[in-house]
Write a protein that binds this ligand. Structure first.
Ligand SMILES: [Ca+2]
Length: 399
C-alpha cells in the first residue's frame, strides 16, 4: 500500500522539504498515554498499536443515542467526514495551488478524510505539574519480551544493520533501539488511516494543548505532504495506515521525514517502511546521519552530581542542547571520569525525574541530542539507548 509513496519520492527532490526542527518527526510509542512519564507536552507518542486498538474499540466521547438514525450513529463511531467543512476544503484548494495538483482531486481526498474523536483524545496533553518518572517510562519499553524481539530482529537483519553502520556510521544497537521502542519491530505500526489522523490534527487539534497553533501548522504540513506524494504517484491517499499522529511503518516516519530521509536500502527499487525491515533500517540510519550523527561518538557518560556544589541551575538551563565543554562542565561541579574527560565536544546535563525518588543524571553528547531529533524527549532517547544496549548484551549471550 505504500508503493505510491515511492513513486512520490521519485518525483520529489529529496531535501526539498524543510524539516520542521521543532516538530515531532515521528510518532512512536509510549508517552502520551503515560501521564507521569512524558517529559514534554508534545508527545504524541502513545504506543501506536495500543492506540490502534483504542481506535477500534473505543466508544466516541458522546455515544450516539439509540434514537438517532443508524447512519448518524455509524458516523459518530467512525468519524465525521470533512466533506462539509469549508476550512478543510479551502485547505485542499490551497494545497492544490501550492503544489500544482488537481484541485478536484485534493478536495475529494480531504472530503473523505474523517474527524476521529479517538485521535483528539489521544492528543490531549498530560496533566501539568506531574512529576515525570524515568523508571516507569523505562519499564514500558525495556522488558524481556521486547529484548527477545530485538535479538530476533538483529539476527534476522544482521547484514543490513552492519551495512547501515558502515554507510551512515550509526551503530546497529541505536537502530535496533529505535525500531524496538517505536513499534516492537513492526508489531504495532498503527491502524489509523493516516489521512484521518492528519486531518483531525490539522483541523480539530485539541485547543487545550499549550502549543495547539504551532502543532496545527505542523500537521497541516504533514497532510499536505501526504496528499502531494499520493497525487504525484497516482496512489490512493486514503490507503496508508499509521499511528494516531500519522506516523508510518516500522520506524514510524511522518510524511515529511519519509520524503526527506527514507531510503530504498534493500535495492528493490521502492521504499517500503511497512514491509521492508531493511528499508526501515537504512532509513533510520539515514535520518540520524542527516541530523548530524557523528561516527564513533558515545551518546552519553555517567556524571556525578553533588547537591552541595553542583550548579544545577546553570547546567540545566540549556536543557538537552549540548552547551558545556568538559572543563566548563566539571568546573560547575558535574563530575566526569575516564573517557568522558577526553570528550572533544560540548555536553548537556540531562536530568531524568524518578517520581518521588531522586533524579537520575547523565552527561549527554551531541549524539544524544541527535536521538532527541527523532522524538524531542530525553526520556525517549534514554529508552532507545538502553533498549539497544540490552539487546546488544543479549546478543552477546546467544550461543
Ligand atoms: Ca526497498
Amino acid at each position: 500500500m505504500y508503493r505510491f509513496l515511492l513513486a512520490g519520492l521519485a518525483a520529489c527532490t529529496l531535501g526539498a522539504q524543510a524539516q520542521a526542527a521543532a516538530s515531532p518527526d515521528t510518532a512512536p510509542a509510549a508517552a502520551a498515554a503515560a501521564a507521569t512519564a512524558p517529559p514534554r507536552a508534545d508527545k504524541e507518542k502513545a504506543r501506536s498499536g495500543k492506540s490502534a486498538q483504542t481506535s477500534k474499540t473505543a466508544k466516541p466521547a458522546k455515544p450516539a443515542k439509540a434514537s438517532k438514525p443508524a447512519a448518524e450513529r455509524r458516523m459518530a463511531a467512525t468519524g465525521i467526514p470533512y466533506r462539509d467543512r469549508e476550512e478543510a476544503l479551502r485547505f485542499a484548494d490551497e494545497v492544490a495551488q501550492r503544489q500544482g495538483l488537481d484541485a478536484a482531486w485534493t478536495r475529494q481526498a480531504i472530503a473523505q478524510a474523517r474527524q476521529l474523536p479517538a485521535v483528539q483524545r489521544l492528543m490531549q496533553p498530560p496533566p501539568a505539574g506531574a512529576r515525570k518518572n524515568w523508571a516507569l517510562y523505562r519499564s514500558r519499553f525495556i522488558d524481556p519480551v521486547r529484548i527477545a524481539a530485538g535479538v530476533r530482529f538483529w539476527q534476522q537483519h544482521r547484514e543490513a544493520l552492519e551495512r547501515a553502520e558502515k554507510d551512515y556510521g550509526v551503530p546497529a544497537e541505536t537502530i535496533v533501539g529505535i525500531i524496538g521502542v517505536e513499534t516492537i519491530y513492526g508489531q504495532h505500526m498503527g491502524t489509523f488511516r493516516v489521512i484521518d489522523a492528519l486531518a483531525t490534527l490539522s483541523f480539530d487539534h485539541p485547543a487545550s494543548h499549550p502549543r495547539a497553533a504551532e502543532r496545527t501548522a505542523y500537521f497541516r504540513g504533514e497532510l499536505e505532504q501526504l496528499l502531494t506524494l499520493a497525487h504525484r504517484s497516482g496512489g490512493n491517499p486514503l490507503e496508508p495506515l499509521g499511528s494516531y499522529a500519522g506516523a508510518m511503518g516500522l520506524p514510524q516516519f511522518m510524511p515529511t521525514s519519509w520524503v526527506r530521509w527514507a531510503v530504498d536500502f534493500d535495492g528493490d527499487g521502492r521504499i517500503d517502511l511497512r514491509r521492508s525491515a531493511v528499508d526501515a533500517i537504512g532509513s533510520v540510519a539515514s535520518y540520524f546521519k542527516g541530523h548530524g550523527w557523528q561516527t564513533g561518538m558515545p551518546t552519553h557518560y555517567p556524571v556525578r552530581i553533588d547537591a552541595a556544589r553542583t550548579d544545577l541551575e546553570v547546567l540545566l538551563a540549556p536543557d538537552i542542547l549540548p552547551t558545556f565543554s568538559v572543563a566548563s562542565f566539571t568546573a560547575k561541579g558535574a563530575g566526569l571520569e575516564g573517557a568522558a574527560l577526553q570528550h572533544p565536544g560540548p555536553l548537556a546535563l540531562v536530568e531524568l525525574q524518578n517520581g518521588d525518588a531522586p533524579n537520575s543524571y547523565v552527561a549527554g553528547t551531541e549524539n544524544f541530542y541527535v536521538i532527541t531529533r527523532y522524538n524531542q524527549s530525553s526520556y525517549y532517547a534514554m529508552a532507545v539507548i538502553e533498549l539497544g544496549s540490552e539487546v546488544k548484551q543479549a546478543m552477546a549471550r546467544q550461543p
